[in-house]
Design a protein around this ligand. Structure first.
Ligand code: GLP
Length: 259
């Protein structure tokens, strides 16, 4: 089962996950990071910044989960721009080694396949950071997505477009399509770390961790993975039936285990 860690706030979650990433990079200077966008992973990136001072990150590689289709990649809210602004520049990563799904590829039908090939050629993702949508999506795999899916074009649900309208001037500007890693792609990462904060994510988190494994809640795919860490604040963890057990397990965890 997933290891669930309930923390007081976002900063604690960021610190916990950042520590794990730093120790990975120290062990493996050319580690492959699976990067997520949205507001959820920001505390991780913020916590990484001071921790990576003095650490050689020049060989660290990265693959983002998803990208909008239909907006210019230079648009400030394209995930290429977000990853550049929130990850590559502040952490000093080598831009050529960090990729986002190429939503500007003239051959979009096969672009996903080439992205998956690039991940494979890099040796696979060592640690995949994940947020979760209020409808249970991970990456942009909306309800109904196949657990075997690969990187491909998807249509965003109305709910996701409404959720993401806050990043744009209006919902009409939110793209309708995206190029997202598939659930099958995501499940190939060696370690999945899913973060969620706030009451609005409580139902999706409970469904993903404890509900039936169903494509209707794509986040439940994490139950098929052997190494998953779920880090939530009290509000996002408020609907977890086994919350007391998770707290007890984490409080009594040997230090050497990490997360
Ligand atoms: C976005 C992204 C997902 C993200 C999710 C939650 O649309 N494509 O990767 O996990 O929706 O977003 P947020 O973290 O802003 O709540």
């Amino acid at each position: 089962m997933a290891e669930v860690i309930i923390v007081p706030d976002r900063a604690d979650a960021g610190a916990l996950v950042a520590d794990e990433i730093v120790s990975l990079i120290r062990r493996t200077p050319d580690a492959v990071l699976g990067l997520a966008t949205g507001s959820t992973p920001l505390p991780v990136y913020e916590a990484l910044r001071p921790r990576l001072q003095g650490v050689d990150v020049s060989r660290v590689r990265g693959f983002a989960l998803d990208e909008y289709v239909g907006i210019d990649l230079d648009h400030p809210e394209s995930y290429a721009s977000v990853i550049r602004r929130e990850v590559i520049e502040p952490l000093g990563l080598t831009p050529e080694l960090v990729r986002t799904p190429p939503a500007d590829d003239p051959d979009l039908a096969t672009a996903g396949e080439r992205y998956d090939d690039a991940i494979r050629e890099a040796g696979g993702v060592d640690i995949q950071i994940l947020g979760i949508g209020t409808d249970g999506h991970i990456g942009f795999n909306e309800p109904g997505s196949s657990f075997a899916s690969r990187t491909r074009v998807k249509t965003l649900t109305r709910q996701t477009r409404e959720d993401n309208a806050r990043f744009f001037d209006s919902i009409d500007e939110v793209p309708r399509h995206c190029l997202t890693q598939g659930l099958g792609t995501i499940l190939e990462a060696r370690h999945l770390v899913l973060l969620a904060f706030g009451e609005g994510k409580a139902a999706a988190v409970a469904g993903a961790v404890e509900g039936p494994v169903t494509s209707m809640l794509p986040g439940s795919a994490i139950q098929l993975h052997p190494r998953v860490t779920v880090v939530v604040d009290e509000a996002a963890g408020s609907r977890l039936a086994l919350a007391d057990y998770y707290r007890d397990a984490f409080a009594n965890k040997p230090d050497w285990q990490g997360i």
